[in-house]
Design a protein around this ligand. Structure first.
Ligand SMILES: Cc1cc2nc3c(=O)[nH]c(=O)nc-3n(C[C@H](O)[C@H](O)[C@H](O)COP(=O)(O)OP(=O)(O)OC[C@H]3O[C@@H](n4cnc5c(N)ncnc54)[C@H](O)[C@@H]3O)c2cc1C
Length: 698
């Protein structure tokens, strides 16, 4: 390492400290001290308004502490010396944290271990929208724990529960930029030109337009997070002593003010690093990353998984922590933000704008889409997890997201030009625009090919006339994908799709429907009178409209089936709670065998739904054609959840029929599933069409 490899520059009020110490920007003691010196230089410069710490654009942010140096310290065996070094290093990060000027970690590539600890000491963090900008704390895999504040600053920023997953998950729990935004680990994800994005973020800070994310002073640790089966799955394969050291540091220090907490962390870090497992883990890493032989490994063969982790595992074929984190975020959001307002929203017949705003902030409207278009990059599996969790709380919220993200955003993602995606898909993904999908007409429901809306070319514009009905999000949508005939003689092949904005002259929304269920979802008619649409807003090719609608609906049906799982699980838990407390004939309902059999059947249906829906989501994520499978899961899951929810209501008896009981809303909401996104009769036609095409082969 040479000192000049930490460069500083000052321009337009922005003091930049660029790390380029070596290939991985590993942080040796000397590098960190040099960062501290250069940082002070920038901070004391009156021209500097904000300080940005970043990695060289050709490199990454930082792959973490210099493991070779840690190894030398351990080999020397001098704990006192190690303690003094750690104290000095921590002091550099505390100095950055207490800076009189705003500090920003601009994460341009991998940000691991010590690199993340440095970023956590900054007031703000922004990350490049790129898979290589993943973030994590891999120390536990080396048999040690973070020692530069990671165990303390991370939980104070993202909450103890999420931090536990990242800290104990190590390399298995790396967080993508999109998810980092969702969990509040970074303030912003920057698309496109990273340098320009960082500059404009700095300008917003200087103008007082952005505030740092809140950090807790102290935290209460909920011990149950260590006994859950999810936790067992996360720590499986890790050194037991390191797992215990991590538990110790969280237990001992989260309730203390940060300065005290950092001292605790340091002493437990030294204890663990100098333990046989710490030395073995660090040595193994240096010896070509061989597998370490820890004294005892957590849950080697017996680790069971919790229902939540099991849910995600069943559903994602054992896929990453990111899905698990998404589910957790949605559970918390659903419980804390949506559920308390469900009754009011049902009564008023809309989803409150503050809920939509918070969902946008969490990035939920962009879950399935690529980072490049403002999405979280979690694909169809992530999208299904989201729809499942939303339906567990409120079907109407799920319909709003399904129509906007799924059908409207989905159509543009599949067939949009780059310009259309950057303009419309991005707005939908970021929750800045709500989408609607306008296909159905009074005389064309199942018979899509029979739509009467017409688009005629006049000069260089398309002029659309027609009426749509039953359009979800109809009167709250900013962007609508409208299907109209561009050639009346060609049947389905004469349909084209157009992207329309709500303010276009000639566009108005008319009748608002009053519905049996999903009452907070807006369902309206739309009228187009000589509505002009630019050529650049034609979606896909002319005549491709039917194909666009069918492909978007394939994914819509899949996510509808995922929603059926969530609603069924909620009905199941409500019924179980009721049956466990209600007594008749001297016994709790749950003690009657017939009721137990009901539960066994409901549980079986839920299992079958999960076991079919998520593999189809995985197929979709692999880019496979799911037209047959999505029709199958839509048909079967909507039937099964209808049965589950009906049984759950039956277990409630008379109270289940009363509006004030949640089960009655679940029952009303579930009735739409066999009807929209193609009725179940139409699904059977589609399934048979595929059977026929394959000549009955199975
Ligand atoms: C709450 C709600 C929200 C909606 N949101 C949207 C939206 O956002 N965008 C949108 O474009 N549309 C939307 N729709 C429309 C929905 O997709 C249609 O209602 C649905 O496709 C059925 O069409 P239909 O109502 O005209 O029924 P019909 O097509 O008239 O069907 C009536 C019955 O006949 C059966 N049937 C029809 N044809 C056949 C056949 N060939 N063989 C056997 N049986 C047949 C049907 O299965 C059904 O049982 C929504 C509907 C509702 C109720």
């Amino acid at each position: 390492m040479s000192k000049e490899f930490i460069r500083i520059s000052v321009r337009n009020g922005l003091g930049k400290l660029t790390l380029n110490s070596n290939d991985h920007n590993t942080l040796s003691g000397e590098t960190i001290f040099e960062i501290g010196r250069k940082f002070e230089e920038l901070e004391s410069n009156p021209d500097v308004k904000v300080v940005v710490i970043t990695g060289d654009p050709k490199s990454l942010f930082s792959a973490g502490a210099d493991v070779g140096e840690i190894h030398s310290l351990l080999k020397a065996g001098n704990k006192q010396n190690a303690r003094e070094v750690m104290e000095l290093l921590q002091a550099v990060l505390v100095r950055i944290e207490k800076s009189t000027k705003p500090t920003i970690a601009a994460i341009n590539g991998y940000c691991f271990g010590g690199g993340l600890e440095l970023a956590l000491a900054c007031q703000y963090r922004v990350a490049k929208a790129d898979a290589s900008a993943s973030i994590g704390l891999p120390e536990i895999g080396l048999g040690i724990i973070p020692g530069l504040g990671g165990t303390q600053r991370l939980p104070r920023l993202v909450g103890a529960e999420r931090a536990v997953k990242i800290l104990f998950g190590g390399m298995k729990a790396l967080v993508s930029p999109g998810n980092a935004k969702i969990i509040g680990l970074v303030d912003r994800v920057i698309e496109g030109d990273f340098g320009a994005g960082v500059k404009s973020f700095c300008q917003e800070i200087i103008a007082g337009q952005v505030q740092p994310l809140p950090k807790a002073d102290t935290l209460q640790l909920d011990e149950s997070c260590f006994s859950s089966e999810t936790f067992q799955a996360v720590v499986s394969g890790k050194a037991s002593t390191a797992v215990n050291a991590m538990k110790d540091v969280l237990r001992a220090a989260l309730g203390l003010p940060l300065a005290e907490a950092l001292k605790q962390e340091q002493s437990i870090f030294i204890r663990q690093a100098f333990s046989p497992d710490g030395i073995e883990g660090v040595s193994a890493y240096l010896e070509n990353k061989r597998k370490p032989k820890f004294s005892q490994v957590e849950g080697e063969s017996t680790a069971e998984q919790t229902s939540a982790a099991k849910e995600t595992n069943v559903q994602s074929g054992g896929l990453t922590e990111e899905y698990e984190m998404l589910r957790q975020t949605l559970r918390e959001f659903g419980a804390n933000e949506i559920r308390p307002k469900v009754d009011d929203m049902e009564r008023e017949g809309n989803i409150f704008p503050d809920i939509i705003g918070k969902m946008a902030e969490l990035g939920l409207f962009g879950v399935p889409f690529a980072d490049t278009y403002g999405g979280a990059g979690l694909g169809k599996t992530g999208y299904c997890i989201m729809m499942e969790e939303l339906c567990r709380v409120h079907g109407s919220v799920a319909v709003l997201v399904g129509a906007s993200t799924g059908l409207t955003g989905g159509s543009i993602a599949l067939y949009g030009t780059e310009a259309q995606k950057q303009k419309y898909l991005r707005a939908i993904a970021e929750g800045k625009a709500i989408g609607a999908f306008a296909l159905t007409e009074a005389e064309a429901g199942s018979d899509v090919a029979n739509i009467m809306s017409i688009a005629e070319k006049r000069g260089d514009k398309w002029v659309i006339n027609g009426t749509k009905q039953f359009i979800s999000n109809g009167d709250i949508a900013d962007v609508v994908v409208v299907f109209a005939k561009t050639d009346r003689d060609l049947g389905a092949n004469g349909i084209s799709a157009f992207i329309v904005e709500k303010g276009y002259p000639g566009f108005k929304t008319t009748k608002v429907e009053h519905k049996m269920g999903i009452r907070a979802s807006r369902t309206t008619s739309m009228e187009f009178t000589d509505m002009e649409v630019l050529e650049e807003n034609v979606l896909g090719q002319l005549g491709q409209g039917f194909k666009i609608a069918m492909n978007a609906l394939n994914y819509g049906r899949l996510s509808l089936a995922a929603g059926c799982i969530g609603a069924s699980k909620r009905a199941f838990e409500l019924a179980y709670a009721h049956a466990s407390q209600r007594s008749q004939m001297g016994k709790k309902l749950i003690e009657f065998e017939v009721i137990q059999f009901y539960f066994a059947r409901m549980r079986s249906d839920i299992f079958l739904m999960e076991s079919s829906v998520y593999p189809v989501a995985a197929m979709a994520d692999r880019g496979e054609d799911i037209r047959l499978e999505s029709a199958i899961v839509k048909l079967t899951a909507s039937e099964m959840s209808g049965r589950v929810i009906d049984t759950a209501l039956q277990i409630h008896g008379g109270v289940g029929y009363m509006d004030e009981y949640e089960i009655s809303r679940l029952y009303r909401d579930a009735r739409i599933n066999p009807i929209f996104e193609g009725t179940n009769e139409i699904q059977q036609l589609l399934i048979f069409k595929e059977i026929f095409k394959s000549g009955g082969k199975i």
